[in-house]
Design a protein around this ligand. Structure first.
Ligand code: TYM
Length: 325
């Protein structure tokens, strides 16, 4: 099965991105043909610093590699290196209803967040995302919960295209993890962990051990003393228990039992230690990156040329079906 997913190189990738998306990719690449993209064209729809973009692209690639994505097995590449993404997005834009785009919650959130940066690219963002997925005729898209609506729109667009011009595209399904599809903010556990929030609210994959300890020890917890999982009554502790469980591959009940009669501080200290150890390869990879950016760029070029071979074949058919050639 062909699988596609991507992450915006906006800096500050956090454990939500890892647990919601990347962690699934590692398992999927063993038995599927995976295409993992660094979606720079999406990253420029919100305010950004042009001088930082290349650095963020390399850093996101370092995260993919540190997490265990194998470039021999999976295709890793930068979206803007394969021009067909932009071309297909334009074509699909001509069949995507405006009404569908106006319903997108990410557009509503982001336009509220960046009131003076509400551009047409932000509005048509989901069409480019549909193009990413459909260009590779992907059957499944492993993402966190917040991206489900966009994948649903990609299905709608695929269906419309197939009906109007002839069947080319599979209708892609979302793959979300059973646990961890929505990791919550450390400072406000009723909200999603997000890289555009205050850095105190998330653990970056490159955070230093000191920063990790500080953020976890000051994470919002709930009234009471018990370390028990209850999302409505104890959203803070429940979020930390989820993270603990995902990083240790232990069931939540087991962790609750271990910390029965212990304090929030004991539990948080243990979680901080687990995070520090778990994220050590990411910190190492970031340092290594400074000396290996030639290798990384070469790997991305190879990825782009593999991606291009698939993309060109799809585009040839799309152009024919649409009467453009
Ligand atoms: P982005 O860059 O915002 O996030 C990358 C991935 O991380 C997941 N994620 C989370 N998962 C769990 N808990 C959280 N708090 C959390 N925050 C983020 C996201 O669901 C996502 O899987 N539009 C996409 C990028 C994209 C894409 C694509 C994805 C562009 N084209 C095609 C799949 C297929 C985005 O902005 O992700």
């Amino acid at each position: 099965m062909r699988i596609f997913s991507g992450i915006r190189p906006t800096g500050g990738l956090h454990i939500g991105n890892y647990l919601g998306a990347i962690k699934q990719w590692i398992a999927l690449q063993e038995t599927n043909e995976c295409v993992f993209c660094i979606v720079d064209l999406h990253a420029i729809t919100t305010p950004y610093e042009p001088k930082e973009l290349q650095k963020n692209i390399l850093e996101t690639t370092a995260v993919y590699l540190a997490a265990g994505i194998n470039p021999e097995k999976s295709i890793i590449f930068v979206q803007s290196d394969v021009k067909e993404h932009a071309e297909l997005a334009w074509l699909l834009g001509t069949i995507c209803p405006m009404g569908e785009l106006s319903r997108m919650t990410q557009f509503k959130d982001k336009s509220r967040q960046h009131k003076d940066y509400v551009n047409a690219g932000l509005f048509t963002y989901p069409v480019l995302m549909a193009a990413d997925i459909l260009l590779y005729r992907s059957k499944a898209v492993p993402v966190g919960k917040d991206q489900e609506q966009h994948v649903e729109l990609a299905r709608t667009i695929a269906k419309k295209f197939n009906q109007k011009f002839g069947k080319i595209f599979p209708e892609p399904e979302t793959i979300t993890p059973k646990v961890g599809a929505k990791i919550m903010s450390l400072t406000d556990p009723k909200r999603k962990m997000s890289k555009s929030d205050d850095p105190k609210s998330y653990i970056s994959l490159f955070d230093s051990p000191e920063a990790i300890t500080k953020k976890i020890m000051s994470a919002t917890t709930d009234s009471g003393k018990d370390i028990t999982y209850n999302v409505t009554k104890k959203p803070g502790i429940s979020n930390l228990l989820t993270i603990y469980s995902l990083l240790t591959d232990r069931p939540v009940e087991d962790i609750q039992r271990e910390f029965h009669k212990k304090s929030y501080a004991d539990f948080k200290k243990s979680l901080a230690k687990i995070l520090i150890d778990y994220l050590e390869p990411f910190r190492r990879k970031q340092v290594e990156l400074q000396t290996r950016d030639v290798y990384i760029k070469e790997m991305l070029n190879k990825g782009a040329s593999r991606a291009k071979t698939i993309a060109e074949t799809t585009m040839k058919e799309v152009r024919e079906k649409m009467g453009l050639s």
